[in-house]
Design a protein around this ligand. Structure first.
Ligand SMILES: NC(=O)c1ccc[n+]([C@@H]2O[C@H](COP(=O)([O-])OP(=O)(O)OC[C@H]3O[C@@H](n4cnc5c(N)ncnc54)[C@H](OP(=O)(O)O)[C@@H]3O)[C@@H](O)[C@H]2O)c1
Length: 280
């Protein structure tokens, strides 16, 4: 299967595919089979996390696939309970053992956990792990403007990526502008709103029918045109292919505006505001 996904450049000079594959809840043999299928169908960017307890399955999917490791962009994330510098360094090493890789392309801080106030220390560990060659690019997830500002002020190093909840019902216009101002690429988690009710949305359905595409394809194309890297998860090989088939059409400006207009102030799926919501 050809890989037609264009690459974008990160602020550290490395390149990253403009569409990736989410792996939350892909575990065990079924998970490895789904990841292998995704790679063989052309996905090159894989998302994972220490807390998904599936880094081993990601490694297994990579080994089963026909694609050389160096063509893949493999991601994992540091959990909140390991933000202390020494813990973070050990966790990155443990993540590598679990995947059975000797470097990660991308490693992200999973949540800022501001009440814990250790994310700058965690960031210093990622900076050092990059210097030691354990990681190629470093970034964050769920960071608000004030968290990004502190990283820059206290370490001088700006993340390459900020992965945030982003879908048509919560389009994060302000956070995207802040990310852009630092030259940080925005990645979109739950880019399809976990497929909840999206296909019944008459506005999205109307646009999809016009382009002879599915609602997930229209949403993923909208992400691409906004400059977001979406990382949709699907265990199903047909839906994996469907989610990739977004590079042969273009939404017009009016349709982009219509989708932008679906956003809601309280549009987060599960009210996970990183100013107060924390994960360990
Ligand atoms: N950094 C963070 O804090 C954070 C938080 C959440 C998620 N993430 C990452 O982001 C990734 C994506 O987010 P997500 O998994 O929460 O949600 P998502 O990708 O928006 O949606 C996944 C759901 O949509 C279904 N689906 C996928 N493609 C479909 C299609 N074409 N038609 C119909 N249904 C479809 C999947 O079912 P099937 O599998 O049955 O197809 C699954 O139930 C995660 O897997 C994870 O890697 C990061």
């Amino acid at each position: 299967m050809t890989n037609n996904i264009q690459k974008w450049q990160l602020n550290d000079g490395n390149y990253i595919p403009s569409l990736g594959f989410g792996t939350y809840q892909l575990k065990g043999n079924e998970g490895a089979t789904a990841i292998e299928a995704a790679i063989n169908s052309g996905y090159r960017l894989l998302d994972s996390a220490y807390n998904y307890e599936n880094e081993g399955v990601v490694g297994e999917g990579i080994r089963r696939s026909s694609v050389p490791r160096e063509e893949l962009v493999v991601t994992s994330k540091l959990p909140g309970r390991y933000h202390r510098y020494e813990d973070a360094v050990k966790t990155i090493q443990e993540s590598l053992y679990r995947t059975n890789l000797n470097y990660y392309d991308i490693y992200l801080i999973h949540w800022p956990n501001p009440s814990q106030d250790l994310y700058v220390e965690a960031w210093q560990a990622l900076i050092d792990a990059k210097k030691w060659g354990l990681i190629r690019s470093i970034g964050v997830c769920n960071f608000l403007p004030e968290h990004l500002k502190r990283l820059k002020e206290e370490t001088g190093v700006v993340p390459a990526i900020n992965q945030i909840e982003l879908h048509p019902f919560f389009n994060q216009e302000e956070q995207r502008k802040v990310n852009d101002s630092y030259n940080i690429i925005t990645q979109a988690w739950s880019p399809l709103y976990r497929a909840k009710d999206i296909s019944d949305n008459q506005i999205l359905k109307g646009i999809a029918d016009k382009y002879d595409k599915s609602v997930p394809q229209v949403i993923l194309r909208w992400h691409y045109q906004l400059g977001n890297i979406a990382i949709p998860k699907s265990a199903n090989p047909n839906r994996q292919l469907e989610n990739k088939a977004i590079f042969d059409f273009k939404l017009n400006e009016a349709d982009m505006m219509t989708i932008n207009g679906l956003t809601q102030e309280n549009g987060r799926m599960n009210d996970q505001d990183p100013a107060v919501y924390e994960e360990y």
